[in-house]
Design a binder for this molecule. Structure first.
Ligand code: AHG
Ligand code: MN
Ligand code: MN
Length: 333
């Protein structure tokens, strides 16, 4: 009797994030790859928990401030704390995780050295990005950045170009996981019926030039002159303005459709507002891996030598030609 054909053809069966990570691990053929995919998988598990808590946040009292400020002087929202706890709980028990760094913790957390052999990783994250959007049902995200750590160097921060994995999760109408292992950028969408992230389409490539910019224009008067001139050029060229107030949501649009996202120096935040280690570096590397550019205005974000976990940096990232045009405007001042 002939073998019946599979109802779901292998060719059309959607690839889950777990299968993708296993395939990447097999291709890398190293123990390091095994614990790295295990760690990315832990991040994905935590983000499913965060997505679930976000969905019911208005029903179970999880909205609102908790009455404490974090190390940057910002009011912590209950969901900032919940998201942080979910990530730490998933990550600290994974083999290979030796250091955790979070927006919501003052210092790096050095995890007691379990049995991690040669594969030692630091995971830095912004547990909930855009938390001022929470109370109005706006999009928020999670951002993560992973490095290898040498023995004895647990407290050392490395430049973004040394990242070995980075990504974000966007909690919007659907929950979207975007990541890179340094071989391009892939996107996955959470199928809530089965609880899997499922790969969506081909690797992402950002258009060389976009038609919109994303910046908090209320700060325009205190941007350095080059930014003001660049934005005037964009307006003259017919660009649109798009700003969600959550870096993950704004960068996601830029990654898919092109254009430029910026958080320039302002009077209130002379070094910019965004944090190098868990916002600018992972988002900058993703954009570069999709063929775009990520700049401080003066040079590549990924080359900045970090001095502290929470340091801030001016950010401009997106389509290559748009970022180059900004750099030229800044150099001309
Ligand atoms: P977080 O909620 O993690 O502190 O990050 C907020 C950041 C970022 O998501 C966003 O791009 C920016 O703050 C918005 O700042 P403004 O309100 O100053 O525009
Ligand atoms: Mn953030
Ligand atoms: Mn945050």
């Amino acid at each position: 009797m002939a073998t019946p054909a599979s109802v779901i053809s292998l060719r059309t069966r959607p690839q889950t994030l777990q299968n993708y990570l296993l395939a990447a691990e097999r291709a890398a053929r190293s123990d390091g790859a095994r614990s790295l995919s295990w760690i990315v998988s832990a991040v994905s598990s935590a983000t499913k928990g965060i997505a679930a808590r976000l969905r019911t946040a208005g029903l179970d009292g999880a909205l609102g401030a908790v009455g404490q400020v974090n190390v940057q002087g910002e009011q912590q929202q209950a969901l900032d704390v919940i998201a942080n706890e979910l990530l730490i709980a998933e990550l600290q028990s994974r083999d290979g995780v030796v250091v955790l760094g979070s927006e919501e913790n003052d210092e790096l957390i050095v995890v007691d050295e379990a049995d991690c052999g040669a594969c030692r990783y630091a995971v830095l994250f912004d547990p909930l990005d855009g938390s001022s959007n929470l109370d109005v049902g706006g999009s928020v995200g999670t951002i993560f950045s992973i490095y290898e750590v040498a023995a004895g160097a647990e407290q050392d921060l490395q430049a973004g170009r040394h990242q070995v994995a980075a990504g974000y999760v966007l909690y919007g109408p659907s929950t979207i996981f975007v990541m890179t292992l340094g071989q391009g950028v892939d996107m996955f969408i959470l199928d809530p019926a089965v609880g899997n992230f499922v790969r969506a389409g081909e690797p992402l490539r950002i258009p060389a030039r976009g038609r919109s910019y994303s910046v908090n224009e209320a700060n325009l008067d205190s941007f350095p002159a080059g930014y003001q001139r660049f934005l005037a050029e964009c307006r003259a060229a017919g660009y649109s303005s798009r700003y969600a107030g959550a870096m993950v949501a704004d960068v996601h649009r830029v990654l898919l459709q092109g254009g430029i996202f910026m958080y320039p120096p302002t009077a209130k935040a002379p070094a910019g507002k965004l944090r190098l280690m868990y916002e600018a570096n992972p988002m900058g590397w993703l954009i570069e891996q999709a063929g775009g550019a990520a700049s401080t205005g003066q040079g590549r974000i990924l080359e900045v030598l970090p001095a502290s976990l929470h340091q801030r940096v001016p950010v401009a990232l997106g389509s290559r030609d748009d970022v180059t045009a900004l750099e030229l405007a800044l150099a001309a001042t």
